[in-house]
Design a protein around this ligand. Structure first.
Ligand SMILES: *[C@@H]1O[C@H](CO)[C@@H](O)[C@H](O)[C@H]1NC(C)=O
Ligand SMILES: *[C@@H]1O[C@H](CO)[C@@H](O)[C@H](O)[C@H]1NC(C)=O
Ligand SMILES: *[C@@H]1O[C@H](CO)[C@@H](O)[C@H](O)[C@H]1NC(C)=O
Length: 518
């Protein structure tokens, strides 16, 4: 038997082709280090290469065609898509947040990003960066502070260092995991144009232009930076709680103007030291102490040169047809548009909070010459208002359908009386634009009533189409632009969205009766 097997192996098999298993076993045997000869190592590379290639192919397939939510995998996938899908680098697909390659490039190339420029710009220029400015909040809570800080920098003869808008992720138009950075960012020139986002000052004005935070890192390396803490300045000049915006502005202006340091960074303390450590904090914006700065800010080049970003202008033009009618073909269609900001369900908790804490209107919504003022009613204690007072708040903060319709039609009639002496038969204002994030049947029913019972032509935020992901990204600012252009705007007095629309409407010299609150 044994010799039989021996014969088979040595006299029959060699004539036949080797099987795979046999080849593998022979190959493994060849790896035996005691038997290894130089040429055996060369054989090793072939299978290693094959396994690697398979692995890369397999992984690559998963990366490109999979749907992993891992940020790194997504970035790699996008890198391939950018090269395979036409228009991907230009942010055309709406299902992917924009990268803004073009805008970041434009921003880098701003003429003021140049170290050779003479004082007060360039390497020897004067700069202030407000790292303290509020972040990760809705765009509108950020926006009003940026304008005020830009004006403070201007009056302090320093270049304002503008920063990307950092999203509060609840409001981001895509899923949180899709953001390219943690947290998602949008370059400021996507949202606004004008000096705050790097635009020029009026001709002949020697003020240094705003620079982007990346340029600050170059021109103001850490060893050149003088740090100022907001809570130190607030304490030194007693700026908490009671002083007016003008007083606060003047104190800061003196600090930043008199200092000879070229690079100043203003930093807010951690929240356990101070809840709202901004130079112009939320307590100030939510009280009438903000009002004394109004005229000055309105007439400043910061407000006068504040403009619609080219991106938003393109989106406006794309949607202009929604507002046109036979009567407006040769005119600005917005002359006959009434814009209304309808906050819905998500505002219920907010309204209750406002009522319990006796809140006044927000910021410029409190200007005394506007119609529809709101005065907190007497009674109740802070944090626990009376039942009647809470109802009083809800009538203004979260009105029901009948109340909303009555306010819209009433505001139209008031405006027509002021403009033409009478309520125009058949009405001059014929198109209603509803700014809303509500996509429920409530909105459908509301819309139907306005059309069928009151003859309005209705357009809503849900009808707006975006040409690319950048336009979708700035959707809220696009809505604000429509409201800014409308003949009448009816908003919510407690909302910063409303107050920033109002800001531009008043700079545009829209008359008081065209700026209404529920
Ligand atoms: C930078 O500024 C200097 C001085 O004004 C100018 O000569 C130069 O052309 C500028 N460089 C660029 C890239 O614009
Ligand atoms: C609200 O303010 C009014 C007037 O200042 C005051 O009389 C009332 O007690 C306050 N109510 C609450 C709930 O704080
Ligand atoms: C709020 O005030 C009412 C009286 O106005 C009182 O009955 C109630 O207990 C108070 N609630 C809280 C939580 O303090």
């Amino acid at each position: 038997m044994a010799s039989d097997g021996f014969d088979k192996l040595y006299h029959e098999k060699p004539r036949r082709k080797r099987g795979i298993a046999q080849r593998v076993s022979i190959w493994f045997a060849s790896l035996n280090p005691y038997r290894a000869q130089r040429r055996n190592y060369r054989r090793l590379w072939i299978p290693i290469f094959l396994i690697l290639a398979l692995w890369v192919g397999f992984k690559g397939f998963g990366v490109i065609f999979g749907n992993s939510q891992d940020r790194k995998v997504r970035k790699t996938r996008q890198w391939f898509k950018d090269r395979l899908i036409p228009g991907a680098v230009d942010d055309l697909p709406l299902d992917t947040p924009p990268r803004y390659f073009d805008l970041y490039e434009e921003q880098r190339n701003l003429p003021q990003h140049n170290l050779s420029l003479p004082y007060p710009e360039g390497a020897t220029g004067r700069y202030v960066k407000f790292t303290s400015q509020i972040n990760m909040l809705g765009w509108n809570n950020v926006f009003n502070e940026l304008l005020m800080l830009n004006y403070l920098a201007y009056k302090s003869k320093r270049a304002y260092v503008f920063q990307d808008y950092v999203w509060k992720m609840d409001y981001f138009p895509w899923e949180e995991y899709m953001a390219w950075t943690v947290h998602a960012r949008t370059p400021l020139p996507a949202l606004i144009a004008g000096p705050t986002a790097g635009g020029p000052w009026p001709a002949g004005d020697p003020a240094p232009r705003s620079v982007h935070q990346d340029f600050w890192d170059i021109v103001c390396p850490p060893e050149r930076v003088k740090v100022i803490w907001t809570h130190h300045v607030k304490k030194e000049f007693d700026l908490h709680w009671t002083p007016t915006s003008k007083f606060i502005f003047e104190k800061w202006n003196k600090v930043l103007l008199d200092d000879t340091a070229k690079c100043i960074e203003v930093i807010a303390p951690q929240r356990d030291i101070e809840d709202f450590g901004q130079v112009f904090d939320l307590w100030l914006w939510g009280s009438d102490r903000i009002l004394p700065m109004w005229e000055e800010l309105r007439d400043s080049p910061v407000s006068q040169l504040l403009a619609t970003s080219p991106l938003i202008q393109r989106a406006v033009d794309r949607n202009m047809h929604l507002f046109k009618s036979e009567v407006t073909v040769h005119k600005d269609p917005f002359d006959q548009v009434f814009a209304v900001h309808v906050r819905r369900g998500d505002y219920e908790g907010a309204c209750m909070n406002l009522a319990q804490w006796n809140s006044t209107f927000y910021s410029w919504n409190q200007l005394p010459y506007l119609p529809d003022r709101f005065t907190p009613p007497p009674g109740g204690i802070p944090g626990n208002n009376t039942k009647e007072n809470i109802e009083f708040y809800f009538n203004r903060c979260l009105p029901n359908v009948d109340q909303i319709i009555k306010r819209i039609n009433g505001a139209r009639d008031d405006w027509e009386k002021e403009m033409f002496g009478v309520v125009v038969p058949g009405h001059f204002l014929n198109t209603l634009y509803i700014l809303t994030n509500d996509k429920t049947s409530w909105m459908t029913d509301f819309k139907a009533r306005l059309i069928n019972e009151f003859g309005w032509k209705v357009v809503t935020s849900n009808d707006i189409t975006f040409g690319n992901a950048q336009e979708k990204d700035v959707g809220m600012a696009l809505d604000m632009e429509f409201a800014r252009k409308a003949a009448i705007f009816l908003g919510n007095g407690w909302s910063s969205f409303t107050s920033n629309i109002l800001h531009r409407r008043l700079v545009d010299k829209k008359i008081p009766i065209s700026n209404r609150f529920f």
